[in-house]
Design a protein around this ligand. Structure first.
Ligand code: 13P
Ligand code: SF4
Length: 341
């Protein structure tokens, strides 16, 4: 075990601003400027500790900019992070995201130590359904395959035939080669996919507490007031999606921006995503009808530091559940990403 007594404390060292000038420039405009000097000592301490531990930090696109740009080794959507975990060769993975994502990383990298800075980082979709619910659905619809969104617990994945993300949901559903598929738990993503396929989807009543808050009236007002293009995540309601110029997964949204280069855009999704993208698209004005995911926001620089320092909050998954969940995840990974714009 590393001797932690000699580790630098997260207090400013002389010259830090100069040492991290490039990062400071990248974060300029992504954060209120008063925050940068407060974050800097934590970023410095985490990067040093990460190197000492030989750890890799994975961070979801909904993490705040000081994490996404400041300390992460790999950033992306849930599919990208699952793929990164599967091929990660560090002994320790620190997962900056929510619990179901960290569990997925553990299932795909069973011999790595996976840590989550705050184990209470939950998800309303993952909470909406249990393994017993899936077994009951199977009894009600015998022989119908189950596709579960990655936003589910390991136990639900274990009861499923395949997993998907918004980057491949349509292709995973169609790969079941069945006229009917049980699709869970997000009813809005399910409705969005159902409109694109002849497969009849049996849906669950789950929803994302962040995306379902957007309203069609709010989107119409944003377009009228700011003359902005509207880009929405398929976890939004059908009424919101009907107002959008483009609907796509987290990664497809940034692909669309790269291709279309609108002068003004409203990303109808979690707020940090637009903050993070400002660095790549300084020429685009992001109008932010802002909804933050309270679960994603539980991850902070201080709890990343503590998690690395004390190797705390290890993610564990029952090996039998993990083995069955892995089959569902492998089926998804074999299909891969299908959201190229
Ligand atoms: P992605 O699969 O696009 O990363 O989204 C995950 C999520 O939680 C969306 O709210
Ligand atoms: Fe879950 Fe919604 Fe938060 Fe994504 S944004 S983690 S779906 S609650």
């Amino acid at each position: 075990m590393t001797d932690l007594s000699s580790l630098p404390r997260p207090e400013p060292r002389p010259g830090l601003e100069h040492e991290y000038a490039e990062l400071g420039a990248r974060l300029n405009g992504l954060l209120p400027c008063v925050e940068w000097p407060l974050h800097l000592p934590w970023i410095d301490a985490i990067l040093r500790l990460k190197a000492m531990r030989g750890a890799t930090i994975l961070a979801h696109s909904y993490q705040s900019p000081e994490i996404f740009h400041g300390v992460a080794d790999v950033t992306g959507d849930s599919l990208a992070l699952a793929e990164a975990a599967a091929r990660c060769d560090s002994a320790i993975i620190v997962f900056c995201g929510v619990q179901f994502m960290a569990e997925t990383a553990k299932i795909l990298a069973p011999d790595r130590t996976v840590l989550i800075p705050d184990p209470a980082a939950d998800c309303s979709l993952a909470r909406s359904i249990t393994a017993a619910d899936v077994r009951a659905l199977r009894r009600r619809h015998p022989g119908v395959p189950v596709v579960s969104y990655i936003n589910t617990s390991a136990a639900v994945k274990a009861e499923s035939d395949a997993c998907c993300t918004s980057a491949n949901a349509l292709q995973v559903v169609e790969s079941m080669a069945s006229p009917r598929v049980i699709f869970l738990p997000d009813r809005y993503l399910g409705q969005y996919i159902a409109a694109q396929t002849t497969v009849k989807l049996i849906l669950w009543e789950g929803s994302c507490e962040v995306h379902e808050q957007f309203s069609a009236a709010q989107v119409r007002q944003t377009r009228a007031q700011f003359d902005a293009q509207i880009v929405a995540h398929p976890e939004c309601t059908p009424e919101v999606l009907a107002e959008a110029d483009f609907v796509g997964s987290t990664t497809a949204m940034s692909g669309w921006l790269r291709k279309q280069r609108p002068s003004r855009v409203a990303l109808v999704t979690e707020c940090s995503m637009a903050d993070n993208l400002k660095a790549e698209f300084p020429d685009i004005a992001f109008i932010q009808p802002c909804n933050l995911c309270p679960h994603m926001q539980r991850i902070t620089l201080p709890n990343i530091y503590a998690c690395l320092r004390d190797l705390q909050h290890e993610v564990t998954v029952d090996p039998q559940i993990a083995a069955r969940a892995r089959q569902s995840l492998d089926r998804m990974l074999a299909i891969g990403r299908r959201d190229r714009v």
